[in-house]
Design a protein around this ligand. Structure first.
Ligand code: HEC
Length: 268
């Protein structure tokens, strides 16, 4: 039997000890506040921080003013050092004089906007035919190491295109697809820009609820080339490998609007 648990007197004393310690804490706190706070209700820490902020802002303003040119006084006769307040005049005049920058980085274009549409319809400056011309000649066997790498990369595609490229409810087949064995530029561009809308694969029309999102931007040229080489030489497909240089040449496609079948080069 523990006396502290069961003796009501000891428990009562412990209770008052607790009250006493807490009260003492508050008394000390009040004394500290009275002594340190000066009693006028201002927080000395806040005051110190405020003075510091003021100093920094003054320093910044005078440093900026020192960088401004000496300017002519209003009477035109002498030049005087610009004042901090002149910074605002200076920046304001710069802003007023500035012209909107031409936005030609496609990554900045809002999907579905008029700019995006214009961009989609603009003739491309990329010569896709030249990229296709880089494709190794028919019958060139893919490098087994590249095939291994591509097989690993195919794990992502598998979710939509099936374990054996057979297709499914969310993606068309890659097995015996005319696109897969067709022009390499199409395949690379699909990776960089995604693909949407109805698509006919080897004579059969598909219309999927969701488009294929662009997924090449985050992968290296080698990885994209490897996965494409892999699908071109798996599931019964056979076509020359895709080269990293071809992927590199089409990196500029990233950020352009999603492709539709009409944007692709015809694939026999
Ligand atoms: C989130 C699902 C999804 C993933 C992941 C995906 N695709 Fe697709 N893919 C689609 C859809 C949907 C289409 C058809 C797009 C359309 O509506 O026009 C398509 C079309 C294609 C086509 C052209 C049509 C065909 O069947 O030949 C190719 C080639 C292709 N994908 C390759 C790939 C490769 C390679 C990967 C992996 C790097 C991949 N896709 C990952 C959904 C996906």
């Amino acid at each position: 039997m523990e006396p502290t648990r069961d003796n009501p007197l000891i428990r009562f004393a412990a209770f008052w000890w607790g009250i006493g310690v807490i009260s003492l804490f508050f008394v000390v706190l009040i004394i500290v506040r009275l002594v340190a706070g000066g009693g006028d209700g201002e927080d000395p820490l806040e005051e110190a921080a405020r003075l510091n902020r003021l100093k920094i802002s003054n320093d910044v303003e005078s440093a900026q003013a020192a960088n401004l040119e000496w300017k002519k006084a209003d009477d035109g006769a002498e030049t005087v050092q610009a004042k901090p307040s002149d910074i605002y005049d200076f920046i304001g005049s710069q802003l007023l004089a500035s012209q909107p920058t031409k936005v030609d980085d496609p990554a900045q274009v809002i999907p579905g906007s008029a700019a995006a549409e214009a961009l989609a319809n603009a003739p491309s400056d990329t010569d896709y035919g030249a990229v296709d011309a880089m494709t190794p000649e028919a019958g060139t066997a893919p490098d087994p190491a590249v095939m291994e790498k591509g097989k690993a990369g195919y794990m992502i595609c598998m979710a939509c295109h099936g374990m054996n490229g057979e297709g499914g409810p969310v993606g068309p087949p890659l097995a015996n697809s005319n696109w897969v064995t067709g022009p390499v530029s199409n395949l690379i561009r699909i990776q960089m820009r995604g693909l949407t809308g109805p698509i006919t694969v080897s004579g059969k029309e598909y219309n999927f609820p969701a488009p294929m999102a662009p997924m090449g931007a985050a992968s290296s040229d080698e990885d994209v080339a490897a996965v494409l080489t892999y699908v071109r030489n798996s599931f019964g497909n056979s076509a020359p490998p895709v080269l990293p240089e071809q992927v590199k040449a089409l990196r500029s496609e990233i950020g352009k609007p999603m492709l539709t079948e009409a944007d692709l080069l015809p694939a026999p």
